[in-house]
Design a protein around this ligand. Structure first.
Ligand code: EPZ
Length: 458
């Protein structure tokens, strides 16, 4: 059994999915209302931040996704007492942080990149940290060199082991000047979680400023931190000796919201996404309108619907915030297969994030991937060596097929394609989707989709 299927089965089991394969009967517009809760890409980091406090934290808006279970397991392995007094709420008590056995960390880590963010908090709490080899979606090499360079700059000793790394900081961590080669989300979080209790001040240049980063900074400030966000991607962190627990409600999951919006377009449907907010989706909404998608910002969410006429082709460049997010391109590509003309999507953040298009072509789409990207005159984002581009020619009717989920966002795009397609599709490895999409089967049911869960593969 390959590692992806193993990950998928474990992920499916963590959230009680009951099966790892779906049979979808497509061709029916998705209509109705669903709710999105806290962002996977903030909630998991907020849970790690609780390790830095000297009293319990309470996090609200926690989605029932398997990545949350992975981080919970890792924190409990380090002695954090976690409770869920009600659905969507976690209390995290770090009063008794202990070193965890490597095997235990490994057992939990497998499919996630989050363990790398334990470095700073564990170095502050224990003076050392073991970090296993990281997992996460296979959408590029995903090195951690920026993380390790930043930790070394803050005074950590980094020792590579066969199956991970061992870090120590016998004299604690000390503020430093750090400039990131690329505004990496993970490396910015690394510096925030490590420098916040270091001696002295850290200046971080070329930092990521995604909404999830701002929400993490809000949490750290609630804990007692002094962090200022200055113009031109500079973040200044004045280290403090101790932090207390926080009470916080997580920012909504804009990636999940954008995914359901794309599903409304691709299935000619009408979906209201409760909990979605305009501010964090500005760039997405502009592209959605350029394609012809309709939306209405409501008091408690955003309604998305198909215009009932031909969709228009667009050119999209993925980018760091406030640009078009790389996690939005997969679901939107499915919608663009139904646009009247040629669309181009330039992926500038990851070097290998078009694998999911093979299955879409099996379902009748016409997508050509240019592995070295395409030079285009009307570029807004500076060209990156690693980028690729996809040329999508539409509209092409989609038909059912048997496909295997390759990664989280690619998997959701396969769901959308199967729902938009005529006939029946079988999608396996759907456990991967449960890593970042809360209760997606219940939501599909709410929106009128027709499908069955097929028993788990042996
Ligand atoms: C976070 O990944 C998100 N994951 C990703 O979402 C998201 O796509 C990404 O940020 C960009 O917004 C989580 O928050 C768990 P990066 P992260 O560091 O932090 C290179 C999803 O679908 N890089 O900003 O891993 C890297 O290879 C996931 O929810 C280095 O070269 O992303 C990539 O090309 C997928 N060296 C680029 O920077 C480093 O040390 C951006 O990566 C670190 C990163």
């Amino acid at each position: 059994m390959n590692s992806l299927t193993k990950d998928s089965l474990m992920s499916a089991a963590r959230v009680g999915l009951g099966g790892d394969t779906l049979r979808i009967h497509g061709g029916k517009p998705l209509t109705g209302r669903i709710e999105v809760r806290g962002a996977k890409n903030l909630v998991t980091k907020a849970m790690v931040a609780a390790l830095l406090g000297d009293s319990p934290s309470t996090l609200k808006g926690v989605p029932e996704i398997s990545d949350v279970h992975v981080v919970r397991g890792l924190l409990e392995a380090h002695g954090v007492v976690i409770d869920s007094p009600e659905p969507g709420v976690l209390t995290l008590d770090p009063s008794n942080v202990v070193s965890a056995h490597f095997a235990e960390i490994n057992a939990h880590a497998g499919s996630s990149r989050i363990p790398i963010l334990f470095c700073g908090p564990l170095l502050h709490q224990l003076g050392e940290a073991f970090i296993p080899d990281l997992g996460g979606c296979k959408i590029g090499d995903r090195p951690i060199d920026f993380h390790l360079d930043a930790l070394r700059a803050l005074g950590a000793n980094v020792k590579k082991l066969d199956d991970g790394i061992h870090l120590t900081a016998p004299d604690g961590l000390t503020g430093a000047h750090i400039e990131l080669p690329f505004p990496s989300v993970g490396a910015t979080e690394q510096v925030l979680l490590s420098a916040v209790r270091a001696r002295g001040t850290t200046e971080l240049k070329n930092a990521a400023i995604e909404p999830e980063i701002m929400d993490l900074i809000a949490i750290l400030q609630k804990m007692g931190a002094i962090i200022s966000v200055e113009p031109n991607r500079v973040i200044v962190i004045e280290g403090v000796e101790k932090l207390r627990g926080y009470l916080h409600t997580a920012i909504f999951d804009r990636n999940e919201a954008a995914s359901w919006a794309a599903a409304a377009l691709a299935t000619r449907g009408d979906i209201t996404v409760g909990g979605a907010e305009q501010q964090e989706l500005m760039t997405f909404l502009n592209v959605y309108r350029k394609v012809g998608g309709e939306f209405e910002v409501l008091e408690d969410g955003i309604r998305f619907w198909h215009p009932g006429c031909a969709l228009k082709p667009v050119q999209v460049e993925t980018d760091v915030h406030p640009g078009f997010m790389t996690d939005w391109q997969q679901p939107m590509v499915v919608a663009l297969t139904q646009a009247d003309g040629v669309s181009v999507v330039h992926e500038t953040v990851y070097e290998n994030r078009f694998g999911f298009t093979e299955a879409l072509n099996e379902m009748g789409a016409d997508i050509v991937v240019h592995k070295d990207g395409i030079a285009s005159i009307t570029r807004r984002v500076p060209r990156r060596k690693l980028e690729q581009a996809a040329v999508i020619t539409g509209p092409t009717p989609l038909h059912g097929a048997d496909v295997r989920v390759p990664d989280l966002r690619g998997g959701f795009s396969h769901l959308i394609a199967a729902l938009a397609a005529s006939g029946t599709s079988t999608i396996s490895n759907v456990g991967i989707i449960a890593r970042g999409y809360e209760l997606f089967l219940d939501k599909l049911q709410q929106l009128g989709a027709e499908f069955e869960v097929v028993a788990t593969e042996a």
